[in-house]
Design a protein around this ligand. Structure first.
Ligand SMILES: Cc1ncc(C[n+]2csc(CCOP(=O)(O)OP(=O)(O)O)c2C)c(N)n1
Ligand SMILES: [Mg+2]
Length: 330
């Protein structure tokens, strides 16, 4: 018998179905992007596959009308949960003028959308961390009740920006949630060659904040950890470092060949823990995801992904002169 774990988290059946639908939507958009890339229609893909549970579980624990998110390039699950649409993500993949992230000027994965409080980031990894800390400080100065949520890979947690941001946030007890999405690799470099400590969350003690490692393949575990961190932040008790452990199921990007640095048996083994499939079986065991509901969800997603692809492919590119906009003062 599968135990109902979401009830004790005050999540309704509708909530968990919505979580699942968001995870599956992220997976299906991502899969479509690979097909489009391999058929020469879009230049680049950087995947969320394997990290959907961590991303969506976390986003659902935030206040999606107040909080600010500073996602990193794999966070399709976070931005979908915060209101970005499949169409908008596809416009970015096709680098079209109407892309809300950058008007087709940036690589995909550089998420930014002001109306949904998704803060744009830049390509050097971890630069979003001090930004999240600054926004939390600004929120406090303006007496707002917001929390900032920032994500980064485990490799990126070695950057100075992480240290500076974490230290400042802890000293000033700012409401920041640092979430490391540990997918075991930084491009070709495995975890053991990136860091010598057992867990990324062990670093929290050095800054004087709580740190916790959770199963990133379980959206409910991540939800619980982020919810606790959010409550702490709002009580004025400062930041939290959460490490969500998962596995990168695709190569680093569409330009990477992961056969050169990891055994494909390892990838096959990790697929047995695929977070999307695991959450589906949890919901099926509890008879929440019935055959009928699953069919509805899949149909809705297929339509969204098809419509988004068709729309974005047909949409116009920006004028070439647009590339000079916002670069030099006029
Ligand atoms: C400062 C900086 N150094 C190097 C890179 C090149 N780079 C892009 S992604 C990446 C790997 C990051 O690994 P990790 O933080 O574990 O994130 P993952 O891609 O595994 O999700 C690197 C080295 C970069 N973008 N910025
Ligand atoms: Mg990584």
């Amino acid at each position: 018998m599968t135990e109902n774990r979401h009830i004790s988290l005050n999540l309704t059946n509708e909530d968990v179905l919505s979580m699942y639908e968001t995870m599956l939507l992220a997976r299906k958009i991502d899969e479509r992007m690979w097909l489009l890339n391999r058929s020469g229609k879009i230049p680049f893909v950087i995947s969320c596959q394997g990290q959907e549970a961590a991303q969506v579980g976390a986003a659902f624990a935030l206040d999606r009308k107040e909080d600010y998110v500073l996602p990193y390039y794999r966070d399709m699950g976070v931005v979908l949960a915060f209101g970005m649409t499949a169409k908008e993500l596809m416009l970015s993949a096709f680098a079209k003028a109407e892309d809300p992230n950058s008007g087709g000027r940036q690589m995909p994965g550089h998420f930014g959308q002001k109306k949904n409080r998704i803060v744009t980031g830049s390509s050097p990894v971890t630069t979003q961390v001090p930004h999240a800390v600054g926004i939390a400080l600004a929120g406090r100065m303006q007496k707002k009740d917001l929390v900032t949520f920032v994500t980064f890979g485990e490799g990126s947690s070695n950057q100075g920006d992480f240290h500076e941001g974490a230290n400042f946030a802890a000293v000033h007890k700012l409401p920041v949630i640092f979430m490391c999405e540990n997918n075991k690799y930084a491009i070709s470099v495995p975890y053991e060659m990136q860091v010598a400590c057992e867990k990324i969350s062990d670093r929290a003690i050095g800054y004087g904040m709580p740190g916790e490692t959770v199963d990133g393949n379980d959206p409910l575990e991540v939800y619980r950890a982020v919810k606790d961190a959010r409550d702490r932040g709002r009580r004025g008790e400062g930041p939290t470092l959460i490490e969500a452990i998962s596995y990168r199921l695709t190569p680093h990007s569409s330009d990477d060949d992961d056969r050169s640095y990891r055994e494909q048996d390892e990838v096959a083994e990790a697929k047995k823990n695929d977070p999307v499939l695991k959450f589906a079986s949890y919901l099926k065991d509890l008879n929440i995801l019935t055959e009928e509901i699953e069919k509805e969800i899949v149909e809705r997603i297929v339509k969204l992904v098809n419509d988004a692809t068709e729309y974005a492919e047909a949409a116009p590119y920006a004028d070439p002169e647009h590339a000079l906009k916002y670069v030099y003062a006029e």
